[in-house]
Design a protein around this ligand. Structure first.
Ligand SMILES: C[S@@+](CC[C@H](N)C(=O)[O-])C[C@H]1O[C@@H](n2cnc3c(N)ncnc32)[C@H](O)[C@@H]1O
Length: 147
């Protein structure tokens, strides 16, 4: 059952508005949207001005350090030089849902894998990065810049 918090209702409403906006946009321009795995994207290298992952690469693929690194290599590959790859959230997790022990285990694993990713980025000559606070959020984001 969903919680009865005003903030939760606001969250659900904003999701419904976004979904409706997407539905209308999809009706008029289907070719604008492609469903692909980040690990197997069919895009040319250096073809996008930016790549953003919201609750996707981190929260899912960061449970596995190899997948996190692999996804990052792909995301960096498809953006143009001078462009950014942004992961939100970074360095933290969401509130525990379900068994708190499972949550803390996952959280620790993600942090460990994310730290490992930063170590990998440190060794890439063409990449710099920053972990930045997100205005209006308790969460942070990772901004990778490709030179
Ligand atoms: C919690 S949803 C977030 C969706 C949206 N970004 C948002 O914030 O509302 C997580 C998304 O990650 C996507 N996802 C999981 N693994 C993926 C992968 N390997 N490549 C691309 N997307 C993936 C899922 O399809 C799902 O849509």
């Amino acid at each position: 059952m969903e919680p009865d918090w005003p903030v939760w209702k606001e969250h659900i409403e904003s999701q419904q508005i976004a979904l409706e906006k997407f539905r209308r946009s999809y009706q008029v321009n289907r070719r604008r949207y492609l469903a692909q795995s980040v690990l197997n994207m069919d895009f040319d290298a250096r073809s996008f001005d930016m790549a953003i992952s919201v609750n996707c690469i981190t929260q899912y693929l960061d449970l596995n350090a190899d997948l996190l690194r692999e996804a990052t290599i792909k995301a960096v590959d498809v953006v143009k030089p001078g462009s950014r790859v942004v992961y939100f959230p970074f360095g933290d997790g969401f509130a525990p849902i379900g068994d708190p022990r499972a949550y803390f285990f996952e959280h620790r694993l993600r942090r460990q894998n994310q730290r490992q990713l930063l170590g990998f980025l440190d060794n890439q000559d063409n990449l710099t990065y920053q972990v930045k606070p997100v205005i209006g959020s308790i969460h942070k984001k990772l901004v990778i810049v490709k030179s």
